[in-house]
Design a protein around this ligand. Structure first.
Ligand code: ATP
Length: 484
């Protein structure tokens, strides 16, 4: 049974389980096939036990089907599959321990990294050297001990729903046991869905439990900017020492590391040093690790060593609960009818939902009115008109995914199964027809695809509308849903 059978098995399982479950438990498994036995490697004990308990029977059934009815022997262990085909690279040597200098050959600061250093606002976090004297890196602003953790972002203020249940549970466990089983914790999902909130909640909880804990939170651009400055000022050792001395390192929006080679290199070593030291690493990103473009493979695979959890867009009930909570925090009485009304209108993400509520509350204060659906409609008139008028690629992707009962992430992924490719082509064709975006822009918005793929999709959908009444009906439905 070749290793490719495991990949076929994964394809089958991917269609059977919700994306979040699949990405959390099954996708990180690596396989190795020897002498009629399939060895599955899990990134940690927790994942191994969970898979053993919940999925192993199904895995064996699928493999049996794929293997002509013959049941294979499947074993599991913690670790990663041996890679016979590739010699160990120098850059994959064990990481240095805390504070030690480990310069890597060939890791240059790119022009983009310099650009980030120049544009990240705020106080300089590395002080210049005076004469020959070496100054320590002055950690000011957001990388100072706990300083930039938003105290309002806690577990108490985070509303739990189906869409974020797993992410919240995993975050809570990390907060209770930093550096323990889930290291690193990789939280991913679309914009404004609560990843940063959860990350801060973990940091706040770690500090609440242990006030001496050193927690560093920063957006990835800040890491890049600090590193470039440290390099320019010959203070890279202090930079390394600082980041390797924290109890928990929280890096937000890691996708901004793309194309910043030197930063990736530096982060990779920091990351390894922290994991080895039993210190916690938490990372957020707008997509699944494997789907980050222009990011080193070894870094992406490291991200998968701990626990990878998706935060999904909240469903209606959760949106209502969030609105009620936010209104409560603002000491405003919001009827459930009013909350439902807003939640039905604003579906994009929690940040927009909050913005709409703020607007309604401000208007109510200003006019002394009660918050009723007609009042909300009037207050949000401009916002809703904009929403209705603007057909964005984002909106098309959400509508198409919802219609075909798949995830937006599937549309953006590299999956090629029919259940995903056809909706993806439909969504691409709609994007061409209903927005002003160019083919390359549309390709980009669908997980970095080439413009020829978009062109092919558009042609295919025109063709299918002639020959397939089902597709024709779907397409007409979408046009109605998106434009009226
Ligand atoms: N489940 C939730 N309960 C309460 N508030 C939430 C929830 N989810 C998101 N929010 C709020 O929505 C806003 C946006 O969330 P956040 O900044 O964490 O999003 P994000 O996923 O990190 O987005 P981005 O990728 O743009 O950084 C915040 O004010 C946050 O408090």
């Amino acid at each position: 049974m070749p290793n490719s059978m495991w990949h076929q098995c994964l394809e089958v399982l991917r269609d059977e389980f919700p994306a979040q479950q699949f990405n959390t438990w099954l996708r990180p498994l690596q396989s190795d096939h020897r002498e009629g036995q399939l060895m599955l490697f899990a990134p940690n004990r927790f994942v191994m036990d969970w898979v053993n308990e919940k999925y192993l029977r199904r895995i064996e059934e699928v493999l049996k089907d794929l293997n002509g009815g013959q049941a294979p022997r499947v074993n599991m262990k913690v670790g990663s599959a041996p890679r016979e085909d590739e010699p160990v690279k120098r850059s994959e040597a064990p990481a240095p321990v805390n504070g030690q200098v480990h310069e890597e050959a060939g890791s240059r600061v790119t022009e983009e990294e310099k650009g980030v250093a120049a544009t990240v606002a705020g106080s300089p976090s590395v002080r210049p050297k005076s004469g020959n004297e070496r100054r320590p890196v002055q950690v000011e602003g957001d990388i100072k001990h706990q300083s930039f953790l938003n105290e309002g972002f806690t577990f108490e203020t985070f509303v739990e729903g189906k869409s974020n249940q797993l992410a919240r549970a995993a975050s809570m466990q990390v907060a209770e046991n930093p550096g323990g089983a889930y290291n690193p914790l990789f939280l991913y999902g679309g914009v404004g869905l609560g990843k940063t909130h959860l990350m801060h909640a973990i940091g706040n909880e770690i500090v609440r439990r242990n006030p001496k804990a050193k927690v560093a939170y920063l957006r990835s651009e800040r890491f890049v900017a600090d590193m470039v400055k440290a390099l320019q000022l010959n203070a890279i050792n202090e930079f390394k020492r600082y980041y390797r001395s924290v109890d928990a390192l929280l890096i937000d929006d890691i996708q901004f590391f793309a194309r910043k080679e030197r930063s990736q290199e530096e982060f990779f070593h920091t990351f390894n040093a922290l994991l080895e030291g039993g210190q916690q690493v938490i990372v957020t990103c707008d997509r699944f690790p494997k789907e980050i473009v222009d990011m080193e493979e070894r870094l992406k695979s490291r991200f998968g060593w701990g626990l990878t959890v998706m935060v999904e867009p909240p469903e209606l009930e959760t949106r209502v609960a969030i609105l009620m909570k936010k209104a409560d925090q603002a000491n405003v009485k919001l009827s459930s009818e009013a909350a439902f009304f807003i939640a039905q209108k604003i579906r994009s993400n929690v940040r927009e939902l909050e913005g709409a509520l703020r607007l309604v509350i401000a208007n109510a204060h200003f006019t002394g009115s009660e918050i009723t659906p007609p009042f909300i409609r009037e207050s949000l008139k401009d916002l809703l008109a904009l929403h209705e008028k603007q057909v964005s690629i984002d909106n098309i992707q959400r509508t198409v995914a919802e219609y075909y009962k798949i995830k937006v992430a599937d549309l953006l992924s590299k999956r090629r199964t029919r259940t995903v490719t056809r909706p993806r082509q439909v969504a691409m064709a709609l994007s061409k027809e209903l927005t002003n975006h160019s083919l390359p822009e549309i390709g980009d918005a669908f997980g970095g695809r080439d413009h020829t793929t978009v062109l092919h999709a558009c042609k295919k959908i025109v063709e299918l509308q002639e020959t397939d009444p089902g597709i024709r009906e779907d397409y007409q439905n979408f046009m109605r849903l998106l434009t009226t």
